[in-house]
Design a protein. Structure first.
Lengths: 267, 150
């Protein structure tokens, strides 16, 4: 890959202006996937001194600076505590420690990577994104939009909750990308079922969630129906990691297990 | 562009291009213990420590590291020799290509984790591939190395 210029932004306004000058100008996150995803960068814009890498807690939210590395995410007590630690679990299973020490949550979200293991639990937790210009939007809204105006992601906001969570990654080896990944969250009586690496960007199974949320008592029959509904409503494709049919089958199985787990272990 | 790095605690001044990666900077300066493997973040043989943390040098731009401390295996020679001794005892050392990166990752693990279990060691070393040994002898050697308080 080629990088022509490196620019240390003076402030966020300066960074955004530089970013908007050309489609070949890119903001630097951790750089873990840069070589594999970009061939040419005219100007690489440095932000690490302007965007936080801290994880802080307010009364209502866990706030994660966009420059926070996946390793820091995987070991932080608040990330491990809430939602049964599904975000920490997902982070811990991404590549090796060396990659987790450079890859950032901001880079993962901004890249909208189809193979991402982080987007799935983040989506299930209904997290919000704080951008420099647009302010706060939901991750769901961000992922659904095909084209977005250029902006700088500052923080990821996760609502503190006693919700139960489940995450499972299906992969051939510990170092490989997911064949598919599944996250299930039960927050009181609200269910969120999300599937990623289909191999398309993480998505919520809306019909399945609606069925679960409108059913008073969740029994085995509802669980099986919801799991099948989710696998049917989401689209799957084939690539060298797995066939669409296989992805669909394992998705149904792991959603079923996820629902059983969050219901059985409900507080 | 000029970048000042502390490589194994020695101040080095490098003139680098915007797109130059740390792996190239170090190898051009004859730190050839930093290996070039996959060159795409997967194999771990290019591992160095930046401020004590193991990172893949093939994917870190040198220009971003102004003033940082970089450690190669030469910077932890005593510990690396101790680990090599246990690798030798277990027959865990074959072609040796992955050993410098393995030593650096084990060194970082020793500093980060207290009394890691075999499972924790395996999880920590996931990103360091070895194509010769099958890992078992290495894991035993690492356990013995961690038990050695000398």
């Amino acid at each position: 890959m080629e990088i022509k210029n490196y620019y240390v932004a003076k402030d966020l306004d300066d960074a955004l202006q530089k970013f908007m000058l050309s489609s070949d100008n890119h903001l630097l996150g951790g750089g873990a996937w840069m070589k594999n995803s970009l061939r040419h960068i005219d100007t690489a814009i440095e932000l690490s001194h302007l965007v936080s890498n801290d994880i802080t807690e307010t009364k209502e939210f866990i706030e994660i600076g966009a420059m926070c590395t996946l390793h820091d995410l995987s070991i932080h007590p608040a990330i491990i505590k809430y939602y049964d630690g599904i975000l920490a679990q997902a982070s811990k299973q991404i590549m090796g420690i060396t990659v987790r020490n450079i890859a950032t949550i901001g880079g993962t979200i901004a890249g909208k990577y189809a193979f991402s293991d982080l987007l799935t639990p983040l989506l299930a937790m209904n997290c919000q994104l704080m951008f420099y210009r647009q302010g706060i939007i939901t991750l769901e809204e961000y992922l659904q939009s095909a084209i977005r105006e250029k902006d700088i992601l500052l923080k990821v906001l996760i609502k503190k909750s006693t919700a139960k969570g489940y995450f499972h990654k299906v992969a051939k080896t510990a170092l490989d990308f997911s064949i598919v990944n599944v996250a299930v969250v039960k927050d009181n009586q609200n269910f969120s079922v999300c599937v990623g690496a289909r191999p398309q960007i993480a998505a919520k199974a809306f019909k399945a969630c609606e069925l679960l949320n409108s059913s008073g008592v969740i029994n085995q029959e509802i669980i099986e129906k919801a799991a099948k509904m989710a696998a049917d409503e989401l689209t799957f494709s084939s690539n060298f990691r797995g066939q669409a049919e296989y992805r669909k089958m394992v998705t149904e199985t792991y959603i079923k297990r996820g629902l059983q787990e969050v219901i059985t272990n409900a507080r | 562009m000029l970048v000042n790095l502390y490589v194994n605690n020695v101040l080095k001044k490098y003139h680098v291009q915007a797109g130059e990666f740390l792996l190239d900077t170090l190898r051009n300066d004859n730190y050839i213990s930093v290996r070039r493997g996959c060159d795409s973040t997967s194999c771990g043989v290019c591992t160095v420590l930046i401020e004590g943390k193991p990172v893949p040098s093939c994917s870190v731009l040198t220009i971003r590291l102004e003033g940082k401390h970089i450690t190669t295996v030469e910077g932890i020679q005593e510990e690396a020799e101790k680990l090599a001794h246990y690798f030798g005892l277990e027959g865990a050392d074959q072609c040796g290509f992955c050993n410098p990166s393995m030593a650096l990752t084990v060194y970082a693990m020793k500093n980060e984790l207290k009394n890691p279990t075999l499972e924790t060691i395996k999880a920590y070393l996931v990103g360091n591939l070895c194509r010769c040994t099958g890992y078992q002898a290495q894991h035993i050697a690492i356990l013995h190395y961690l038990e050695d308080r000398s």
